[in-house]
Design a binder for this molecule. Structure first.
Ligand SMILES: CC(C)(COP(=O)(O)OP(=O)(O)OC[C@H]1O[C@@H](n2cnc3c(N)ncnc32)[C@H](O)[C@@H]1OP(=O)(O)O)[C@@H](O)C(=O)NCCC(=O)NCCS
Length: 172
């Protein structure tokens, strides 16, 4: 478990279900997400899947939630996937709490933890170039833009999508 000034950051648990459903189903929140559970059933499966992956491959998979210290409400998720000493990080949070610095606070703490305790040497994050809030989080966490991939092709909920993708990195 990690703590910051305002947050507790810990691995996801079954009990987080209702709080995650609150933002999982929100269309605006999910507009730039390529994979995210939308329905209540999908959130349930997502949590089970995360817990299983963290048990079976604990060195690779880290699905964190950020929880307000005061209310203990879960207001966002951060995924850290580590392969060798290179990690990819991604995030989503509850729209009611946007633009208060919460995600930057959580991601900064996880980056420090990854470098200091998880053997990570480099961390990458990517987003759609239209997703200003997401690349602002990267910049506030001292990540540096290393590439813009124009017309990047991917799939969103099974449908092909094309977008300009920004790639940010931080190393130590
Ligand atoms: C990305 C996300 C997690 C950010 O969470 P957050 O808690 O609001 O992040 P922070 O408050 O730490 O930082 C956001 C920064 O972006 C800025 N920002 C947000 N929208 C902006 C916009 N349209 N133009 C300029 N700046 C903007 C905020 O002002 C803030 O910067 P500041 O603290 O310097 O003022 C949240 O917006 C989210 O869940 N988005 C939907 C899911 C998503 O897209 N995830 C990423 C997929 S790659």
């Amino acid at each position: 478990m990690l703590t910051t000034e305002r947050l507790i950051i810990r691995p996801i648990e079954k009990l987080d279900y209702e709080d995650i459903c609150e933002y999982g189903s929100d269309e605006e929140t999910g507009q730039y997400m390529l994979h995210w559970p939308k329905s209540r059933e999908q959130v349930d499966k997502f949590i089970d899947n995360c817990i299983n992956k963290m048990i079976l491959d604990a060195l690779t998979w880290h699905e964190y939630v950020m929880q307000l210290k005061d209310e203990l409400k879960v207001i966002g998720n951060i995924t850290l996937e580590i392969r060798e000493s290179v990690a990819e990080i991604g995030w989503i949070s509850n729209r009611k709490y946007w633009n208060n610095g919460y995600m930057s606070e959580a991601v900064s703490a996880i980056i420090e933890h990854a470098f200091n305790n998880l053997g990570v040497k480099r961390i990458f994050a990517t987003c759609n170039e239209k997703n200003v809030a997401s690349y602002k989080v990267m910049e506030k966490c001292n990540m540096v833009k290393i590439k813009t991939e124009n017309d990047h092709k991917s799939y969103r909920h099974g449908e092909p999508v094309t977008f300009n993708r920004l790639i940010y990195c931080i190393g130590r």
